[in-house]
Design a binder for this molecule. Structure first.
Ligand SMILES: *[C@@H]1O[C@H](CO)[C@@H](O)[C@H](O)[C@H]1NC(C)=O
Ligand SMILES: *[C@@H]1O[C@H](CO)[C@@H](O)[C@H](O)[C@H]1NC(C)=O
Ligand SMILES: *[C@@H]1O[C@H](CO)[C@@H](O)[C@H](O)[C@H]1NC(C)=O
Ligand SMILES: [Ca+2]
Length: 406
């Protein structure tokens, strides 16, 4: 038994983590990491962070691509009475006036706040994050500078963008936009109107949690949960603009200078994907970090495996530890499901799992040693090869325990 310092990703810790994060949706700088000392090996998981940090965000358009553009925005007082509109210029080629996609992934504490802004008069727009390997995606927080869209969809891919699957639809009217039920009325529905109101005209949030019902009750490392949590890419399709209700009161401003999307923050919370077998990750081979202006930590993708596991995601047992079938750790019970060492009497470097051997042993040991060395043979390298005899004066695990018969 070894003492492990691991964060056990039980549903309780995951839920309390989410509660903390919702309470301070923008507190991305804080590491919600609780270290608990266990006296036996436990399921563990790496630090959570913003997957967008240090990576490129892509959008279809950006404000002022070809020349300087004028744009205007409305904000309102807390009682929803309108302030005077503010107008300014954007130009993608002038640093001071540019609003690139990368501004959604810098520190949320930067003053003045930075944001991405789309070209004018665009209805459809895509914001996309491409990851270099599979990650665990737990939730998305978007903070809009423009009014939130009247319709949008959040989608994920697990195959580097070949196929996409919707996580959630967002609309002022789910029936109208998507012919879907609204989760305000029907719990667990695929669409919601919760994050699509016209107010606030600036600073409105959109929040999505992967582990909300019906997934909240399952072990985060189970196949069902992983199917929901694993991503290589994430995108948001903005489908329909919504204007600020204040706009109707001022007819001097051209509608097209108001018709754009703008987003302060695109926070993709998640962690490296390790099947519950690592609490630390390093950069994936070939990963090139984009320059970040902030000191925020990049969430890397290659697991430093524990529990005798191996592979970029600890998805298999280490070479000499295949005595039982590999299993993900159990995030609900905290069981580590450690890979067990094969008994090869120190005569082999690797072994493989064999179902027949496993069943014959009454499900206790299924390891078969590979390439027995030192003139030994057998599934455990437990005897000398023909033509060699066992030297009883030295331990069998010794490299010269089998001597040539003369
Ligand atoms: C910018 O210029 C290019 C080439 O002239 C044109 O295709 C594109 O539509 C222009 N973009 C905007 C937003 O005006
Ligand atoms: C959504 O639109 C449908 C059809 O246009 C309408 O019947 C329904 O009342 C609307 N729902 C809400 C919540 O406004
Ligand atoms: C032994 O393992 C096999 C395959 O995993 C399983 O189907 C079977 O039910 C197990 N038997 C016992 C007695 O646990
Ligand atoms: Ca920003």
């Amino acid at each position: 038994m070894t003492v492990q310092l691991c964060v056990s990703l039980t549903m309780e810790t995951l839920l309390s983590l989410l509660a903390v994060l919702t309470a301070s949706a923008l507190a991305t700088g804080t590491n919600t990491r609780t270290a608990i000392v266990y006296h036996r090996e436990k399921a563990c998981n790496p630090r959570m962070g913003n997957l967008a940090i240090g990576r490129s965000l892509w959008t279809d358009t950006v404000c002022g691509t070809n020349n300087t553009e004028l744009y205007c925005t409305y904000t309102e007082y807390p009682d929803q009475t309108c302030k005077e509109p503010k107008c300014d210029k954007c130009n993608a080629a002038v640093h001071r006036l540019s609003h690139p996609a990368s501004a959604m992934a810098d520190s949320t504490f930067r003053i003045p706040r930075t944001w991405w802004q789309s070209a004018r008069d665009i209805q459809r727009e895509i914001i996309q994050l491409n990851l270099e390997t599979i990650f665990f995606f737990t939730h998305l927080i978007m903070v809009f500078k423009s009014p939130r869209p009247a319709a949008m969809v959040l989608e994920g891919s697990q195959d580097f963008g070949l196929s996409w699957r919707p996580y959630k639809y967002f609309a002022t009217n789910c029936t109208d936009s998507f012919k879907l039920e609204d989760d305000v009325q029907v719990k667990g529905a695929l669409c919601t109107s919760r994050y699509s109101q016209a107010f606030p005209c600036s600073g409105g949030e959109v929040i999505y949690r992967t582990m909300s019902p019906p997934y909240s009750a399952v072990d985060p490392y189970s196949e069902k949960a992983q199917d929901q949590l694993k991503i290589t890419n994430l995108r948001v399709q903005l489908l329909k603009q919504q204007s600020c209700p204040c706009q109707n009161k001022n007819l001097d401003i051209k509608p097209q200078s108001l018709a754009h999307y703008a987003v302060y923050d695109f926070i993709v919370k998640g962690s490296c994907f390790c099947n519950g077998h690592a609490d630390h990750c390093t950069p994936t081979e070939g990963f090139r970090q984009v320059r970040t202006t902030s000191k925020l930590q990049v969430v890397h993708g290659r697991c430093v495996c524990k529990h005798n596991t191996a592979g970029p995601h600890c998805e298999r047992c280490a070479p000499l530890y295949n005595d039982q079938p590999w299993k993900a750790a159990n995030g609900k019970t905290g069981e580590a499901n450690v890979c067990e060492k094969c008994k090869c009497n120190d005569h082999a470097d690797s072994c493989h799992f064999d179902m027949d051997v496993w069943l014959t042993s009454g499900n206790r040991s299924g390891g078969v040693c590979d390439n027995c060395q030192h003139n030994t043979e057998g599934i455990r390298c437990q005897r000398c090869k023909p033509g060699f005899y066992r030297d009883l004066k030295i331990p069998f695990s010794s490299s010269d325990a089998c001597k040539e018969t003369r």
